[in-house]
Design a binder for this molecule. Structure first.
Ligand code: C2E
Ligand code: CA
Ligand code: CA
Ligand code: CA
Length: 284
């Protein structure tokens, strides 16, 4: 830490040192975790909200990484994604998640046929896009697993999608392969409805902070309605994130949002648990 003298340092240094030590711990543990395969992937269903009020359980899934730490149990991503990004480990982590998710996705196709999820969404971080040859890596993984590019959707945040020209170029390269892009956490960043048309995305994911008040707040309902309308007019799909109650699902349906995701339908599941969930959802 920079010494500027006085009380300032004595107040801040212990907390900073503690944070740095914890970060270093996570970084070295994570390095090991990648080698010893302590990371795994869970999948949360993304369901179709049909106009007749029905639910399409096979619309898709979102892949979410988990870490089974030998001493600390399951570590949630918010505790290690940022460390992975800052330490350069995100490249290996991201490739692991993508590979594993594509492999599981193809296994579901073999197990369930037409009842299998039709779309696989995988979260993308900035450092992955910084590698010039990353679109080629994605193409290789798809070829290796025998997966069609249109079955893969990569999720990017607003701040990432609105980045510099280099990132934009890379996103367009991915789209040229036939992969679609989703704008994650929409509504939480700085970009607005009026700039949506500038982003090369196919799907807008409406953030949980709007969805959780869809049933109780007229203001939030209006924002969801406006987002769906603008997205539709631009030929984009919408997904409502974090639906926890029937009332929220009904409110979101009422705004013509075509897809939903949240604990109401299912928590993120391991691959075998997802298979059971999908089998149970299949018409008898
Ligand atoms: P996200 O991409 O916005 O993912 C959705 C998060 O919301 C997940 O948390 C999911 O478990 C949670 N969620 C889903 N439905 C509900 C609900 O109804 N209520 C509530 N309260 N939460 C719900 P998770 O798995 O802890 O992931 C947190 C974030 O970590 C993700 O947010 C994403 O930004 C990041 N992340 C997760 N996996 C990966 C990955 O493989 N790569 C990268 N780069 N980031 C990842
Ligand atoms: Ca996401
Ligand atoms: Ca999200
Ligand atoms: Ca998020």
């Amino acid at each position: 830490a920079k010494r500027t003298g006085g009380n300032h340092c004595t107040m801040f240094e212990p907390a900073m040192r503690e944070r740095a030590a914890r970060r270093a711990d996570i970084e070295s543990d994570l390095r090991l975790a990648l080698v010893e395969e302590q990371l795994f992937v869970v999948y949360q269903p993304v369901v179709g909200l049909r106009e007749d009020g029905g639910t399409d359980f096979s619309a898709g899934v979102e892949a979410l990484v988990r870490w089974q730490h030998p001493a600390r149990g399951v570590v949630p991503p918010f505790e290690f994604i940022q460390v992975a990004e800052e330490s350069g480990l995100i490249g290996a982590l991201g490739d692991f998640v993508l590979r594993r998710a594509c492999r599981d996705f193809m296994a579901w196709q073999r197990e369930l046929g037409s009842g299998a999820p039709r779309l696989l969404a995988v979260n993308l971080s900035r450092a992955q896009l910084a590698q010039p040859d990353w679109p080629a890596t994605v193409q290789q993984i798809l070829d290796l697993e025998g997966m069609h590019p249109s079955q893969l959707q990569l999720e990017v945040t607003e701040s990432l999608a609105a980045q510099d020209q280099q990132v934009q170029d890379r996103l367009h390269e991915l789209k040229a392969i036939g992969i679609t892009l989703a704008l994650d956490d929409f509504g939480t960043g700085y970009s607005s409805l009026s700039s949506l048309h500038q982003l090369p995305v196919d799907t807008v994911k409406i953030d949980r902070s709007f969805v959780c008040q869809a049933d109780t707040s007229q203001h939030h309902r209006v924002l969801i309605e406006a987002t769906v309308k603008v997205a539709q007019s631009l030929g984009m799909n919408t997904v409502a994130e974090g639906i926890e109650t029937e009332a929220q699902a009904a409110a979101v349906r009422g705004q013509q949002c075509a897809k939903g995701q949240g604990y109401l339908f299912s928590r993120p599941l391991t691959s075998p648990a997802l298979l059971d969930w999908l089998r149970a959802a299949l018409p008898a």
